[in-house]
Design a protein around this ligand. Structure first.
Ligand code: FAD
Length: 499
């Protein structure tokens, strides 16, 4: 069998490892990995050579890529570094990148694996019997040909795994191509290397990339003017409060999901999940809606109060949300269609509020920087304009300010139609009706839990898989490494089991 993997970040690398180590992997199987980067295994967020100041926001204990040893990364860190964590009690992302490259290297150097150092721009569906372009008969018997920037490749593949990861960054203010505008700040060591301390630098967005930018600029520059973060709403997510109690009541495990699906005849009513969360948190003396109402304004003032008092009720709900992360796609896919809608309408934002947070000691640093006048935050951004002199103008409801450099931290495009304007591959897959948008024009439609591509042209494509952030409508909230690893392993194993 000839297999193509497109993208060699943690998704593609876990697919590769799971294929090779599966008992059904044969001596004459060949795997081509298409990846334009030289570094194989790390992907965009964990570039091994990027700046050491950018940090993982998760514990090393949940980032092992060894199915048989969940502490493999933690042990690797202890072996390689005297002090694996920094003053924020976090591990640097380049450390994780080095670990990934090391652990996956035996698979990339495997004699049945070939690295094609190029970008894939198109895929053609062929009839498996004739190797001629397939019609739309939907009999599911397809093979694939791949086009890179160098043209169509000779190989014909029996299966293709798309693990292309992060799409382009949003460009909400139409600044792409403008001098001194950094659309995608990674790798930071390269893209943000040559500024002067007397330049005014402003950042649009204050999510995880924003926190990385705070770390990078404060570690590598002595800026003469404050680093300014602009956002539509109050900048920066909620502070993560460490929970100080050891034991914890938590029922929403994967086994619980399976049991409840059986009890309720297929779908779990949303109310059952909500009641379980409420009952569990009652045991921890926490009432989620009361905590949400206390902090939902999202201002730095309320977060400072939570920080100062180490609010344990907030900590309990955050811990509950963190425990739920690996199971979110399972919970979401266990809901009926109308309950999925009800959840998205009334509870999704609340879940995000508790799940998406900035580590405690990073916040301490942020508060210190704000108090020292080195960082400032501005809510209510309306416009970013380019002035005649090449500087940038920021307009909010009640203020105007300028900057020399603008760094974009507004997250990734997940709307497929918009993405077709930025990615040759997505444009061609969409044109061929191989991929279809999932919800409100966003994400790519796949089945669950195998992540096989679904479309109207060919039906379900049993040997064409899509993984990563672009299937977030199905693998709900799949934006962490743990989930990415688990899903890639599951999808590859399920494919090999069927062989
Ligand atoms: C900046 C950032 C920080 C993060 N920090 C954390 C964190 O601290 N903790 C955590 O748990 N999660 C974190 N995440 C989330 C999570 O770890 C990532 O979502 C995960 O790395 C995704 O892996 P991936 O393999 O799907 O994608 P990627 O890592 O993006 O890899 C995709 C690969 O595909 C290649 N590729 C793309 N297009 C093509 C093409 N057309 N042809 C060939 N190759 C292609 C790319 O070059 C890339 O190497 C972070 C994400 C980002 C973006």
């Amino acid at each position: 069998m000839d297999i193509a993997i497109v993208g060699a970040g943690i998704s593609g690398s876990n697919v590769l490892k799971s294929l090779i180590t599966h008992p059904n992997f044969q001596a004459d199987d060949l795997i081509d990995v298409y990846e334009p980067r030289q570094s194989l295994g790390s992907g965009l967020p964990y570039e091994p050579t990027d700046d050491e100041s950018i940090m993982l926001n998760t514990s090393s204990d949940v980032l092992s890529v060894d199915e048989n040893n969940e502490l493999d990364f933690t042990e690797w860190l202890e072996h390689h570094f005297k002090e694996p964590t920094n003053f924020e009690q976090l591990v640097s992302r380049p450390h994780y990148g080095k670990y990934l490259v090391e652990r996956f290297s035996p698979f990339y150097t495997h004699e049945q694996v070939r690295h094609v150092q190029n970008t894939v721009v198109d895929v053609e569906v062929l009839d498996a019997a004739t190797k001629e372009p397939a019609d739309d008969t939907q009999d599911g018997n397809f093979v694939y040909r791949i086009k890179t920037e160098d043209g169509w490749q000779d190989s014909v593949y029996d299966a293709v795994f798309f693990s292309v990861g992060h799409p382009e960054y949003n460009d909400f203010y139409d600044l792409k191509g403008t001098e001194n505008y950094i659309l995608n700040p990674y790798p930071m060591k390269e893209k943000l290397a040559n500024f002067d301390n007397n330049q005014k630098i402003s950042v649009v967005g204050s999510g995880a990339t924003g926190v990385d930018l705070m770390r990078f600029f404060m570690s590598n520059y002595e800026l003469e003017q404050p680093l300014t973060f602009y956002d539509l709403k109050e900048p920066f997510y909620c502070v993560a409060i460490p929970y100080e109690k050891d034991d914890f009541t938590y029922h929403l495990t994967k086994n619980w999901v399976e049991e409840q699906k059986e009890v309720h005849g297929g779908f779990i009513p949303l109310q059952v999940i909500l009641d379980t969360i409420k009952d569990d948190l009652k045991q921890e003396n926490a009432e989620p809606m009361a905590v949400y109402n206390r902090y939902k304004s999202g201002t730095l003032d309320v977060f400072r109060k939570a920080f100062d008092m180490k609010d344990q009720e907030l900590a309990a709900v955050q811990k509950y949300a963190a425990n739920s992360v690996p199971n979110l796609p399972h919970l979401y896919n266990a809901l009926s269609g109308e309950d999925q809608q009800e959840y998205m309408k009334n509870y999704y934002q609340i879940m995000l509020f508790f799940k998406t947070k900035v580590p405690y000691y990073s916040y301490q640093w942020l508060f210190e920087l704000i108090d020292a006048g080195k960082v400032e935050t501005v809510a209510g951004l309306k416009e970013v304009n380019v002035l005649e002199n090449g500087r940038f103008q920021f307009v909010t409801e009640d203020s105007e300010a300028e900057a020399d450099i603008v760094v974009n931290a507004t997250g990734f495009i997940n709307n497929i139609e918009i993405l077709t304007k930025h990615s040759e591959l997505i444009k061609n897959l969409f044109h061929r009706r191989l991929i279809m948008p999932h919800v409100n024009g966003k994400f790519i439609l796949v089945d669950w839990p195998q992540c096989r591509v679904l479309n109207q042209q060919y039906g379900r494509m049993d040997n064409l898989f899509f993984l990563g952030v672009l299937i977030g409508g199905t693998q709900h909230e799949n934006n962490d490494a743990g989930q990415t690893i688990q899903q890639a392993q599951y999808t590859a194993k399920a494919f090999m089991d069927e062989r």
